[in-house]
Design a protein. Structure first.
Length: 202
């Protein structure tokens, strides 16, 4: 009688599951930002208005209505937003910013490796029926999430990592931002052209 609910429940499971993976990805950024002395203004599970929030130290922790991952708001994040305070992201070295931006994809790859190991163990010893399929799915989703975020275009992690590296080479943050933006635009154009070619020759 309730078969009509199955597609809805499946969509809810996918949204919540993917949201959790994104949240863990953002947790990587949060942990590394704290380790490098960056003031985190907000760390949210979900987007939109907060259902519940509390403050601990300099950080406001939020639980928000839309279960689509989460986000980390760091002090001074963004071009021209820093005021020069030592605990702002823009005041940190290029190497420190690289660590912070790379921590998200690294967390996703770590989770992909752990999920793959669990899937292999379940398959090897035949535990819990086909439970290994769930962990294989988690491994693939985490890998795809890491790969997508490494695309060299803002505001993805790959674009911010590219800018941090270019800052070291060019020794000019604004010029590095312009070059990184141009690279991201070129990569985006390439993907559009590749998609068009695939559509006509697929």
């Amino acid at each position: 009688m309730l078969d009509y609910l199955n597609p809805i429940l499946s969509i809810v499971e996918i949204v919540v599951g993917l949201g959790l993976l994104i949240f863990l990805h953002e947790l990587g950024h949060f942990i590394m930002a704290k380790r490098n002395g960056v003031r985190v203004e907000a760390f949210s599970l979900g987007f939109g208005p907060a259902i519940w929030k509390f403050r601990r130290g300099d950080t406001e922790y939020r639980f928000s209505w839309i279960p689509r991952g989460g986000y980390v708001k760091m002090a001074g994040e963004g071009v021209g937003l820093g005021s020069g305070k030592a605990d702002e992201l823009t005041s940190k070295s290029a190497w420190q910013r690289f660590q912070i931006f790379a921590a998200g994809p690294a967390m996703s790859l770590l989770l992909a490796g752990l999920a793959s190991a669990v899937a292999w163990s379940l398959d090897m010893f035949s535990f819990f029926g086909r439970g290994d399929e769930i962990f294989r799915y988690l491994a693939k989703m985490n890998f795809y999430l890491a790969a997508f975020n490494m695309v060299p275009g803002f505001p993805l992690d790959g674009g911010r990592i590219c800018r941090a590296c270019l800052t070291v080479v060019l020794r000019d943050p604004l010029k590095a931002t312009r070059v990184a933006t141009a690279i991201g635009q070129a990569f985006g154009t390439f993907l559009i052209l590749l998609g068009g070619w695939a559509a006509f020759h697929g």
